[in-house]
Design a protein around this ligand. Structure first.
Ligand code: SF4
Ligand code: SF4
Length: 167
């Protein structure tokens, strides 16, 4: 029971120093208040990065937490934001009441969504498993024989479709 409570706390409000264990990574280190993650943020809505200021303007009326952020620019990745609560000394002006995703940051989701830590971030992630172990676990879950994984899941080759756009 205590373990479950600790796991929930680690997920929703992880300690700001000391190791935190996620599904695939262990987080170590601590925040050094460099302020980078509060001044060049990409926001993920659902499963996608918010890609335009027009979309953000529509979303922010329905999602209170988005009111904290000011768009800086649109890039190839999406909209970059700055938080209006970041103080000149890089502290958070609403620390106790900061949004949930700030409390959880950085989590392994940052990496799983293709992101990375800011260059001066005081946190670090270490993978818990080798990639081959993850494949084996996935195969086990799906009751596939690891040695036959590719043969089992690969569809048979189809004739080339001239209208398909390469991706
Ligand atoms: S609310 Fe605080 S922790 Fe969250 S982005 Fe703004 S300054 Fe950073
Ligand atoms: S980038 Fe890392 S060290 Fe810098 S403020 Fe954010 S969490 Fe803290």
């Amino acid at each position: 029971m205590i373990k479950l409570v600790n796991q929930l706390r680690d997920y929703f409000d992880p300690p700001q120093s000391g190791p935190v264990t996620y599904d695939y990574y262990v987080r170590t280190g601590q925040c050094n208040q460099c302020g980078q993650c509060c001044s060049g943020i990409y926001l993920i809505h659902g499963e996608d990065v918010i890609e335009s200021i027009e979309k953000f303007d529509k979303l922010k009326d329905r999602h209170e937490d988005y009111q904290h952020f000011v768009p800086i620019e649109e890039t190839d990745v999406g909209v970059r934001f700055r938080c209006r609560h970041l103080q000149p000394d890089n502290s958070c002006g609403i620390y106790e009441d900061r949004p949930l995703f700030c409390k959880k940051y950085p989590s392994e989701a940052t990496l799983l969504f293709g992101g990375s830590l800011a260059p001066k971030c005081g946190f670090a992630f270490k993978a818990k498993h080798k990639f081959t172990e993850i494949l084996e676990k996935a195969a086990e879950k799906r009751k596939l024989h690891p040695g036959k994984l590719l043969n089992d899941v690969m569809p048979e080759a189809q004739p080339a479709d001239p209208d398909r756009i390469a991706g």
